[in-house]
Design a protein around this ligand. Structure first.
Ligand SMILES: Cc1ncc(COP(=O)(O)O)c(C=O)c1O
Length: 402
């Protein structure tokens, strides 16, 4: 037996529940089983929601016309301007200089954490949350503290909990709106309350992850930056969800700095951005086509996602052992397991369901060990035919194990 070469603790500590459950599913597929996958928030993984043709053509044309070099580090100027215009339409005075194009929101997050966090800094993020908000800050010696989303109140923000957990070490206060995994949409009133709390801490920046903003079924979504008159806000968005092109890996951060306090952070971010060269040039051209082209297709896509959501709600209402707070946006439901056995062990539920019924969900504890426990996340991007089969199998499974 030879000694293995050591791995860094920071890498060994990384977990990404959404992809972790794919390992046993892939093994089952290798054995010849077909799996109904309701686990991954990738619209392209399901038939019927392709990336719009005009965007694909713009990307392909960019490749063919030789736009294969590096772009400027902060993004193509015409894309930065188009993003700024889009943000202005959401209600705040963004300029192209406020916009930095990244390899997806995920890269933007890594850069923000690198630019802001020191050992002992804290990130205050919703629980449950999208896993990188927990996984990455520890790489900088920082910790993520979760504030509560209210389990039986539509997963709304718990302001008492936020107030109790805020202190001067909280450098980033995160709002994911609409939320992954719960689908909560926080409205203007909730955002104002959050900003009022953040305002009392001068070194705190609000991170507004609005990657699902075009998938709002509640009609209540507003941009956080548009509500802030004092607090610095970094808005995050991109091509992955609302423009149905996650594999292009293009997103952005846009800095709203109403009281001009972000100069040093901006300088740090720009240094980091230059040191990683740039985001994919032809993919930026594809995103530009999406922003500048006709957007009427979005209605049809949204209607389809909404009708799939409604189908899931109907099925869940009629299955003993499941309950759900109706989501206002995104394409996720965070479903409560009411049978005691599964409520205590959502990961076993997911693994046994996978092995016995070949339906793949993600365990809620992967989105927060404490606040997500006893839940499963379901993606309602598949068509109703697939959702029907999946719910039939989930129902059988629950009956069998009652
Ligand atoms: C809340 C949230 N933010 C960011 C991302 C990833 O965004 P990107 O594809 O732009 O890296 C996801 C992906 O699921 C997400 O759910």
């Amino acid at each position: 037996m030879v000694d293995p070469v050591p791995v860094s603790a920071r890498a060994a500590n990384i977990e990404y529940a959404i992809r972790d459950v794919v390992v046993p599913a892939t093994e089952l597929e290798r054995q010849g089983h077909s799996i109904l996958k309701l686990n991954i928030g990738d619209p392209i993984a399901y038939p019927g929601l392709p990336t719009p043709t005009h965007m694909v053509e713009a990307y392909a044309a960019a490749l063919r016309s030789g736009r294969n070099g590096y772009s400027p580090s902060y993004g193509l100027p015409e894309l930065r301007e188009a993003i700024a215009k889009d943000e202005r339409n959401k209600g705040w005075e963004a300029t192209a200089d406020d916009v930095y194009v990244c390899h997806g929101v995920t890269e933007a997050l890594q850069l923000i954490f690198a630019a802001v966090l020191e050992p002992n800094s804290k990130v205050l993020a919703p629980g449950p949350h999208y896993p990188p908000y927990m996984a990455y800050p520890q790489m900088y010696g920082a910790t993520t503290v979760e504030y509560k989303l209210q389990n039986r109140n539509g997963w709304r923000l718990d302001f008492d909990d936020i107030e109790a957990k805020m202190d001067d070490d909280v450098r980033l206060l995160v709002l994911i709106n609409p939320n992954n995994p719960c689908g909560t949409v926080s409205d203007a009133g909730d955002i104002d309350r959050l900003l009022d709390i953040a305002k009392q801490y001068p070194n705190c920046i609000v991170v507004a992850d609005e990657i699902y903003d075009g998938l709002d079924f509640s009609g209540r979504h507003v941009s956080v930056a548009s509500r802030s008159q004092h607090v610095p806000v970094i808005s995050l968005n991109g091509v992955s969800k609302v423009y149905y092109a996650p594999g292009w890996r293009i997103g952005y951060m846009a800095i709203h700095d109403p009281t001009q306090r972000m100069g040093l952070v901006r300088d740090g971010l720009e240094r980091l951005l230059r040191s990683r060269l740039c985001a994919s040039t032809p993919a930026q051209v594809g995103y530009l086509a999406g922003l500048e082209g006709d957007r009427s297709w979005m209605q049809e896509y949204g209607d389809r996602v909404m009708s799939q959501r409604n189908y899931c709600l109907e099925r869940i209402a009629n299955i003993e052992g499941l309950e759900v707070e109706a989501p206002g946006g995104a394409f996720y439901m965070f479903v409560r397991l009411t049978d005691e056995r599964w409520a205590e062990d959502d990961k076993s539920f997911v693994l046994e369901l996978l092995h016995q019924e070949h339906v793949l969900l993600v365990h809620g504890s992967g989105f927060s060990p404490e606040l997500g426990k006893g839940h499963v996340r379901l993606v309602y991007l598949p068509g109703v035919d697939v959702l029907k089969q999946a719910f039939d199998r989930i129902e059988q499974f629950l009956l069998r194990h009652r």
